[in-house]
Design a protein around this ligand. Sequence first.
Ligand code: B12
Length: 298
Amino acid sequence: MVRGPGRPACNHKALISPRVGRGKRPPPPPAETSGFSLAKRKPGRCFRRVPPRPPALNKSGKTTFVNRQIDTNKGIGETPGRKEQIMHLIEKLKTLIIEGNLAQAPRATQEALQAGVDLREIIDQGLIKAMEVVGERFSSGELYIPEMLLSAKTMQASLNVLRPMIADRGIKAKAKVVFGTVQGDVHDIGKNLVIMMMQGAGFEVYDLGMDVPPEKFYQAIKTHQPDLCCMSALLTTTQGAMGKTIRFLKEQSVRQTVKVMVGGAPITEEFSAGIEADGYAPDAGSAVEKAKELLGIR
Ligand code: B12
């Protein structure tokens, strides 16, 4: 099987036990009560008059300090240390997402909202920045799939808290994407991971599922008019369906309306160029970066 440069050979064992096959780092610190502990948690209180300090949870993992320090009815817009408070709440949320603290992050999101932190700021500086860190750490081998999935799930849980407000405010997505695993292929874990990272980066993604025939990609492009069409394939026997899909899009005269990005374990830069895709990325972290590059987004 052909692989991208530097990618380890994958096997089922590697998915179940992500340490197998990489051998890059020593075993991680033990997981704490909830989620993975990537940033060290410190017990104790958090006073807004002692900035800057890393956001922290108290020993019981509760976030009582927010309620103690901030009058949520008043909002923090009128207080003198507003900037510090905003930064503190956002930093706390960011850390919870990086840690994959599914239990605490939605509440921290709610607290930031109630404290009057701007929605866009929560998304850009909290959610998106957290997933950028997660993506970088994953690409560098510092994080593994289960940890990244947990962070992505945590980000989605926070996003769900914000969703009604996003709809109300009509916040525009950075770009529209249609995404599917190609015809004949039912592997969708990688696709889902990339989708979550893209959503974390502010993209609006239409998930076409798996075993997607060229006609369905075409229909989705006609319907949603995306900026980017993404295809995933995990089998050497199905990677050919990517080229087939691109040819079909050409025949239907929609290929030029959309950028095409491909990925999946057997896909390489050379293969991508050979089928005339616009880009390829080896993993979920770099997929977001590549998508931004292709679409000229910063
Ligand atoms: C889980 C799994 C399955 C599950 C899939 C469940 C699911 N819902 O996805 C099941 C059990 C169904 C399955 C079935 C089969 N599988 Co399977 N499977 C795997 C396994 C163990 C993990 C794949 C995975 O999820 N990896 C984790 C994800 C996160 O990684 P990823 O998919 O590579 O995605 C990352 C990147 O590639 C990239 N990426 C992915 N997509 C995209 C898209 C874009 C646009 C971009 C930019 C990036 C990108 O980002 C992702 C995140 O970093 C692999 C072995 C392995 N370790 O890879 C075999 C593997 C892929 N399977 C294999 C085989 C042979 C099969 C079967 C044919 C077995 C059989 N005889 O029935 C069937 C095929 C079914 C079909 N028609 O598709 C082979 C493929 C060999 C080959 N060279 O073709 C592998 C490599 C196992 C092996 N070593 O033999 N499989």
